[in-house]
Design a protein around this ligand. Structure first.
Ligand SMILES: O=C(O)CCC(=O)C(=O)O
Length: 239
């Protein structure tokens, strides 16, 4: 669905189970960042930021984070199309309370291979907040344009994503990160695209992206020649 509407939000906070999901995910985040617990992590991060995983380096399967990303899948399906929604990758961002920065306005689709960009209208990413996150500034409607600057940027708005909630946005949308001192930031970004886009990835890029994310039969989203390579790859890493 690319109807020019402002970004859609959703809430995974659906009773105790989902709150547990967030709690577990935060523990997993601490482990991924190489420390014992989140308190230690955020104290240590007074003046720096950690980003784990990216399109090219999917972080390993961990129950907490995987479940949180899974909770976003039905919503991604709704936005992209039930049959064609494919998970591409995710990253975890952790920033201590006194860390601050202002990123440049940009569109994420320009950072990926051109073959994917042609399908970018059918790609969404979601910010999943493990702590309330007020660091993402978005320019609604800008997914219709192409440049990286716009006089309307002064109308960008800061989204506040509550803990346990997610905010979806089109990959073409102009956005930037801006964090002021005062709060920790612990959020996951996950990327979804239509199958036709994912299919075009070269194996070297696609396989690490999909690592650990496809359940049995989930590789149906890959073209036949990639499916065998994917299975070999999974066998290799599970030995
Ligand atoms: O820090 C942020 O919220 C912005 C992140 C971002 O712009 C990106 O991942 O492309």
């Amino acid at each position: 669905m690319d109807n020019g509407m402002p970004p859609a939000g959703f809430c995974i906070k659906n009773g105790l189970a989902s709150l547990d999901l967030v709690r577990v995910a935060r523990q997993e985040a601490a482990v991924l960042a190489g420390c014992k617990d989140m308190a230690e992590l955020t104290d240590d991060l007074c003046s720096r930021a950690v980003r784990i995983g990216a399109l090219e380096r999917h972080f390993p399967r961990t129950p907490g984070l995987a479940n949180v990303v899974d909770a976003a899948i039905p919503f991604a399906r709704e936005l992209i199309g039930t049959d064609s929604c494919c998970f591409l990758g995710s990253s975890l961002t952790i920033m201590g309370s006194s860390y601050s920065y202002t990123g440049d306005w940009h569109r994420d689709f320009s950072a990926v291979p051109s073959v994917f960009r042609t399908n970018a209208a059918k790609s969404v990413q979601v910010l999943l907040a493990l702590e309330e996150d007020s660091c993402l500034e978005l320019l609604p409607g800008s997914q219709m344009g192409t440049g990286t600057s716009s006089p309307a940027m002064c109308f960008g708005f800061k989204a506040t994503v509550p803990i346990g909630a997610g905010l979806f946005f089109n990959w073409k949308l102009l956005h930037r990160g801006q964090k002021l001192p005062g709060r920790n930031r612990i959020s996951i970004f996950a990327l979804f695209a239509c199958k036709s886009a994912a299919r075009e990835f070269a194996p070297a890029l696609a396989l690490p992206l999909l690592r650990g994310r496809l359940t049995d039969g989930g590789d149906a989203c890959l073209p036949k020649n990639l499916r065998a390579a994917y299975r070999n790859f999974m066998e290799d890493i599970s030995r």
